[in-house]
Design a protein around this ligand. Structure first.
Ligand SMILES: Cc1cc2nc3c(=O)[nH]c(=O)nc-3n(C[C@H](O)[C@H](O)[C@H](O)COP(=O)(O)O)c2cc1C
Length: 137
């Protein structure tokens, strides 16, 4: 793994060939996370499994972003967006996420999220957009 922390801020970075994966049940409880997810979030897999996905929610994220995520994965089956996530140690990392609804052969539903490095222009745009949305909450 190669993740690095900025020397100037509390931001952590991963590389463009890496994928952060997690899967939840229908209520957003984490049922799977890959090694990179654990490393970036700063938790062990054991600490994450069974926890609500908002364990990595960053306070800078506006409520409406997650309302959009839940509405879209339930109705359209997918959602994409740029998310600022919180590490266990209080630092953060930005991701470009694609979340998908999975309907299994037994009829059960899970949600999978695949995250890649966002481009910096999107991070900049979302930093001001989310601050604006938060100020209106
Ligand atoms: C597949 C999937 C992936 C998610 N990934 C994240 C994530 O990376 N960060 C995050 O803060 N919330 C994520 N969420 C949304 C959380 O479940 C939750 O709605 C959000 O953190 C807001 O918390 P709240 O609903 O308690 O306000 C994800 C949800 C699903 C279904």
């Amino acid at each position: 793994m190669s993740i690095v922390k900025s020397e100037k801020t509390e931001e952590w970075f991963f590389s463009s060939d890496q994928y952060i994966l997690s899967e939840t049940d229908e209520k957003g409880i984490i049922i799977y996370a890959n090694d990179l997810f654990c490393e970036l979030a700063g938790y062990t897999l054991e600490e994450l499994l069974g926890q609500p996905h908002n364990i990595i929610r960053h306070e800078d994220m506006p409520k409406i972003a997650f309302k959009g995520l839940w509405d879209d994965i339930q109705t359209k089956g997918f959602w994409t967006g740029v998310v600022k996530n919180l590490r266990k140690d209080g630092a953060y990392y930005w991701v470009y996420a694609t979340a998908l609804k999975r309907v299994h052969s037994d009829g059960s539903v899970t949600y999978l999220s695949v995250r890649r490095v966002p481009d910096r222009a999107s991070v900049q745009a979302c930093t001001s957009l989310y601050a604006d949305l938060k100020s209106k909450e």
